[in-house]
Write a protein that binds this ligand. Structure first.
Ligand code: FPP
Length: 229
């Protein structure tokens, strides 16, 4: 969800105003995904590296998280959205951790859309924690065992990965899971990412042929799969 800071700066507003607008964009995108039948939406809200931002911005983001949880969870619960937080919770305060746990518990029964919010997350952290968990249990490291120990093992790998804000890189997001994801880079800043922008990304995705190492002819003979963004 890149571009909140630039959205605010272009309006001579503090960066946090962009993050607040980012919460609105996330609400809009979550509803749009649910309406379009997307089964899983995974968003990058705070990276392992974001702690290095100015102290005010970090504390503002943590406050915004708490505020967003209290404001949004009742509606997410009604809308059939199951919220999950993905990332290293050890570095978060007991208060923040308890907020995440309450949001997860309140929506755990929902099945319409799984919303994974990556918070204090990094793709490298995830691979390392999976390897460490296997090592601690004395299990061998294989592609299948690592995959099962990753933090997003409960959901399929993303079909479509969208990065907003015009940058053309993954920035440590879903490094393991995005091996075969279709990448879509949008110039729109995250607060401006609306239903039309989502539809543009899905239409672009729909026009691609995913071969997973197979030939074009093999793929044309196989049935299509549902979308996970
Ligand atoms: C990156 O944009 C965005 C973030 C680091 C924060 C994303 C957070 C939200 C969308 C709010 C929802 C999150 C919560 C708290 C649940 P940037 O600040 O790097 O933008 P820039 O590249 O324009 O500076």
């Amino acid at each position: 969800m890149d571009g909140n800071g630039r959205w605010a700066q272009r309006r001579f507003l503090p960066r946090l105003a962009g993050h607040k607008q980012g919460v609105n964009a996330l609400r809009r995108c979550t509803q749009a995904c649910a309406q379009r039948g997307v089964a899983v939406l995974t968003v990058f809200a705070f990276s392992s590296e974001n702690w290095n931002r100015p102290v005010d911005e970090v504390s503002g983001l943590l406050e915004l998280l708490a505020l967003a949880l209290s404001r949004e969870v009742p509606q997410l619960r009604k809308d059939g959205v199951c919220v999950r937080f993905v990332g290293d919770r050890a570095a978060l305060s007991a208060k923040v951790r308890s907020g995440l746990e309450q949001a997860e518990a309140a929506t755990a029964h929902n099945t319409r859309l799984v919303l994974n919010v990556c918070f204090n997350y990094g793709g490298r952290w995830d691979i390392a924690q999976a390897a460490a968990a296997l090592a601690a249990r004395g299990e061998s490291i294989t592609e299948a065992s690592l995959n099962a120990a990753m933090s997003l093992s409960a959901v399929p790998d993303p079909d479509l990965l969208i990065r907003t804000g015009g940058e053309m890189r993954l920035s440590n997001f879903l490094l393991w899971q995005a091996a075969y994801s279709e990448l879509f880079f949008s110039d729109k800043l995250w607060p401006d990412f609306d239903e039309a922008a989502l539809d543009e990304a899905i239409a672009d995705y729909s026009s691609r042929q995913r071969r997973f190492g197979k030939t074009s002819e093999q793929i044309l003979a196989a049935p299509s799969q549902p979308l996970h963004a």
